[in-house]
Design a protein around this ligand. Sequence first.
Ligand code: PLP
Length: 628
Amino acid sequence: EKLYGVKRWSSGYFEIGPNGNLHVTPDVTNAEMRIDFNDVIEEIKEEGIQFPVVLRFHDILRSQVALLNETFIKTIQDAGYQGQYRGVYPVKVNQMREVVEEIVDAGNKYNYGLEAGSKAELLTVLAYNTNPEALTILNGYKDEEFIRLSLLARKLGRKIIVVIEKYSELLLLVKIAKELDIDPIIGLRSKMTVKGKGKWEGSGGDRAKFGLTNTEIIQAARYLESEGMADCFKLLHFHIGSQLTDIRAVKDAISEGAMIYSELHHMGFKLDYVDVGGGLGIDYDGSKSTNDSSRNYSIAEYVADVVFGMKEVCDLEQVPHPTLVTESGRAITAHHSCVVAQIVGEIRANSAEMETDVEEHEHILVTNMRDQIRLLETQENLQEIFNDASQYKEQAISAFKLRVISFEELAKIETLYWQIMVNLQERMQSAEFIPEEMQELDYNLSSQYLCNFSVFQSAADTWAIDQVLPIVPLSRMNERPNVNCSLVDITCDSDGKIDQFVLGKGISDVLPMHKLNKGEDYYLGMFLTGAYQDVMGDMHNLFGRLNEVHIFSHDDDPLDFYIEEVVTGSSVDNVLSIMQYNPTFMAASVKKLIDAKISEGEIKPREGVKWTDFYENCLKGYTYLKTS
Ligand code: PLP
């Protein structure tokens, strides 16, 4: 537990069980509930579902929806706040139908709504957010069709709020609303002067992509007044960035937003809602700090700052407390899904060795390197041995290129070099001080475990923005892991690797894992992938989407679970069709080639049928490696 620091990032959902397997407690309010990942893996195998898979724990989604809503309800009560909470879930964070349906269902009793940022998302929320009390918030750039759809929703009696991102949208909305004689509910998004801290800090400030400046907000409000539509202006919106790492940015944004709301009130615009956007962060690395992959606050602290911050300003300004809206996406979905993938091999720079005995007339570079091995026994200055060996290796490579030494001599030198490095690394374990260059020894000598997944599909942000995601073995955690590894995926891309890991002691470039036992499967879990990662993956190398397994816990047995649904991942013919290939044509084309060889007598007819079937089955099969 100390080594992997699971408790620090898992928010109570995951822990290492006494049997060394990872366990999940999908409903944090019911600590009795505990599902062993190993049991889930066994059931998946029994059902014949191939790995890698995405596991979705629907109870976690429900649990997070309840946590956010209950925390707001309690804090509002404690603070004596006069307004209500009406949160919305931004579907862009994970648009999977099953995810959206579960959130809507779990949120129904809280009148929890949905947010959409594009026309496709708007069409989705129109069909799925049917609770007339729940809000639907529309962000993003809009065209005429988008606005007409929002007005259709008004006709259907829905609380749908069009948030104006740029001034011209307001003119279009007013024009169409008048034409159709439907009163819209309008929100104005402020650019805010406060900037968040973290990777998405560009979401606020003068250069923000979305929102109106203070001047534009005043002009927009006055324009609505002049059009007799001041009463339609009901919401002030801001969003200063996702994954806000520092609570001070939240406090600053709330006090600025509350002041704008109050001033608008003084100007005669009686708004009902203040929407503080998303930004509630996730502690991916468990450090509770302002690192990009962490946050220095809890959900309770965030909610308290929103509620008390708004109340303080409103009371001073003597304006009513507005209904509070948040658009937290990451905090709702991050924990509920993880990727389970199998290790299918090991890559090590020093895995193969040459015979290195002294030979007559061997090249001086080989002798020099061997001398360093002898010096390891007598010389105290290990850094000097490190430097000399590194230099001989470089010289050997140049000598090989100049045809001075043979390929075999180069391999011998490499073998000796890695033997020296392993020895130095072992001796450095007990050293009080490790010189800078030698600190890389651990990394250089670490293994690379080949994992049957694609970074670009399942963990895009680790590649794109250096996001850290917790990764742990799912079993054997009561055994000391003695192989330090980085992870490489199965794409044909050197960038397809992960070499930043969350450990109890902090971020490390290697992950301690167990030696692979022959004939025994070894699975890893990549966690907190439910927000953005799940839906942002791309088709690099045509791997496509993973098989998905949706898990529910049993009400009557806290240690049991059932697979409610399996969503089949991409098959080869799926991904090829997306890229405009015609798999039927391809199968016919290969069959033709095989038939020609049969006619020429080079392939027997029975064998030809087998090859044809094999090609067709591969086309229908899963895109990832078939492991067992
Ligand atoms: N609302 C808006 C307008 C956003 O742009 C985003 C994402 O950046 C969100 C909500 C969701 O933010 P988060 O996932 O940080 O809660």
